[in-house]
Design a protein around this ligand. Structure first.
Ligand code: SAM
Length: 380
């Protein structure tokens, strides 16, 4: 069921930052005058002047407000007690489930910091601890300007006690170095085509400098644009009709072939970079869980990358496998939209969000990798 027009629009998603507040506190204060609705559809079809909200069924501490609601003038927003974050963008940190693992966590591609601060909130008790041996989040961001935005978001969210920002390329981090000793989980949300984005409502209200936006396109993308000029011209494959169609689902397994359109060429460059990032994350000796996510609708950047990562030499050597649906945290296990069937055996484990549906999310993909190892084996 489409909600883009007939159901009103895209809800404004607000995550309560549990490092500073609680859902109950926000419901009693910032949203005291809001009527609580049981269904999301009532929110999606409400106007921005209506004071109604829905508490999400899948992600803890997440609230949906009517499309276009502006909360940026509230003190809760200004003080980082609530954070604007699309529901789908909350899935990776939930799926990583850092509380259950112990150890340190890496956010490999962190700016502007929505998922970093979400991770910090999930590891909340440790953040309040003064113990030097407490768990940490190492947040990597290779772009200098975006690393500054990341720092600002972490400071507003009061996550600085847990998070250390490194303005560094994740691929340059030596997995065996002392600096990352004891890392048990990696959240990987690399640059992607962004084809699932509905609007720029997924992030802090900090305008990204134009320079930073450009840099996010990465060297890989610049290479791909050179390729694009050479590629034979054919219609782009990301029109809405084709996004839903079977053609996209069939292409990933042909990625090693010569791209036949500018879009394929770009997706090929992106997926090569994304695969490199996943296999690098797999090299951290004590890591036992990785989440991989994109805000792309294309299987080439999603299921195909997961399949290739699982088939990689490093995954086979170190025993990485897919995190099955059965093993996912409750809210995500219940999520119905699953991966495209380019490879049946992993489709059920992959989580998809379709934009423009009654789910009220942007287009998004997330999957988890897991490794069944024990601390003794790591030390050995
Ligand atoms: N996870 C972020 C959030 O939820 O707020 C969004 C991440 S955005 C999709 C990808 C980010 O990764 C960009 O800021 C980009 O500059 C950064 N990036 C890309 N390649 C990187 C690399 N090799 N090492 C570190 N950061 C990288």
């Amino acid at each position: 069921m489409k909600n883009g027009t007939s159901r009103g629009g895209h809800p404004r998603w607000v995550r309560v930052n549990t490092l500073q507040s609680s859902l109950d506190e926000q419901l009693a204060n910032t949203f005291a005058k809001y009527g609580r609705k049981e269904s999301l559809s009532e929110i999606a079809s409400a106007s921005s002047s209506e004071k109604v909200l829905h508490v999400d069924d899948h992600v803890p501490d997440l609230i949906a407000l009517p499309p276009g609601t502006d909360i940026t003038t509230t003190s809760a927003y200004k003080n980082g007690h609530v954070i604007l974050q699309d529901k789908a963008s909350c899935f990776p940190a939930c799926l990583l489930d850092p509380q259950s693992l112990g150890g340190h966590v890496i956010d490999a591609t962190a700016a502007p910091g929505n998922k970093t601060t979400h991770l910090a909130a999930l590891m909340g008790d440790d953040a309040k601890s003064t113990d030097d041996s407490k768990r940490r989040i190492y947040a990597y961001e290779r772009d200098k300007d975006r690393a500054q935005i990341l720092n600002k978001m972490i400071s507003t969210a009061k996550a600085s006690r847990t998070v250390t920002v490194h303005n560094q390329d994740f691929l340059s981090v030596d997995p065996k170095s002392d600096a990352v000793h004891g890392v048990k989980a990696v959240l990987l949300d690399p640059s992607c085509s962004g084809s699932g984005i509905v609007g720029r409502d997924d992030g802090p209200k900090v305008q990204l400098p134009e320079k930073a936006k450009e840099k996010d396109s990465s060297k890989t993308l610049r290479r791909s644009s050179r390729k694009r000029k050479r590629a034979p011209q054919s219609p782009p494959r990301d029109s809405p009709a084709e996004q839903d169609g079977p053609q996209i689902e069939q292409t990933p397994l042909e990625l090693d072939n010569e791209p036949s359109s500018p879009l394929e060429s770009r997706l090929q460059a992106l997926s090569t970079f994304q695969l490199k990032m996943v296999t690098h994350a797999m090299r951290f000796p004590s890591a036992r869980r990785i989440t991989y996510s994109t805000c792309s609708v294309h299987s080439e950047e999603n299921e195909a990358v997961v399949l290739k990562a699982l088939n990689s030499k490093i995954a086979r050597e170190l025993g990485w496998r897919i995190l099955t649906r059965h093993e996912q945290v409750d809210g995500l296990r219940r999520w119905k939209t699953r991966g495209h069937h380019i490879a049946c055996h992993i489709a059920e484990a992959c989580i998809r969000c379709e934009k423009g549906t009654a789910d009220g999310t942007m287009g998004f993909f997330v999957a988890g990798f897991v490794r069944d190892i024990h601390d003794e084996e790591i030390e050995a």
